[in-house]
Write a protein that binds this ligand. Sequence first.
Ligand SMILES: [Zn+2]
Ligand SMILES: [Zn+2]
Length: 260
Amino acid sequence: MRYPVGMSFLTNTLVPALIVAAIVNTIAMASTTVYLHRAVSHKALTLHPFVEWLFRAAIWLTTGIKPKQWAAVHRKHHAFTDSEGDPHSPVLLGWQKVQAGNVGLYRKALSDPQIIDRYARDVVDDRWDRWFFGHHLFGLGTGIAVLIIVLGPVGGLLAAFIHTNAYLAGNAAVNALGHHFGKRTYTNSAATNLQWLAFFTMGEGLHNNHHAAPSSPRLSHRRGEIDPGWWLIKLLTKARLATLRFDDIKLVASARTPAA
Ligand SMILES: [Zn+2]
Ligand SMILES: [Zn+2]
């Protein structure tokens, strides 16, 4: 049976590109929250070296992010949360500006020559970084080439476009919406919990919980809160591929619930 031209584009190109983009985006989100955020930036868990290498490769291919840069900007955000010096505070800049300009704010923070030395001196380059992971355009180019091989040029570029936009929007939303809209379980920060965003970002949307217990590997604190990144961490610990810094949720001294 012959389909009209528009129908065959839908079934042969758009649907496969959407499915592959969803898979790639889930891998990128999982690697961001488990590896870049919880493991590298907060040392909430330690990964088996091979699993760590897989996450590094995934970040390189799907985002092009350099872990020490991400960790430096993120640690500065924790050091100055919603006060002067926070690289991306919606309280200071407005949530629209952080949502739309998150990448620019990230680059601006990295233009400070001291930031790596001050916030991520412990994240050191090895030979994998020197040859591969430290070259972000090489990683993104390789990732897009793989998509083109799998889906063809139109489908591959379409999948890369969808993933890039979804990934950037999701991460911007944690910084923008996650410090403006939503529930504040703890009063020690302006950060908020947004469960719908947590589904999309593998747990990151439970951002109020995270600011109350930044060194804990688990972002879901209460019944009904769902943190898919934590499910992955539990699987890794069961397989003895990860060890946790704290078994339980370790609140910072200033974390209070309104009733407390
Ligand atoms: Zn935050
Ligand atoms: Zn954090």
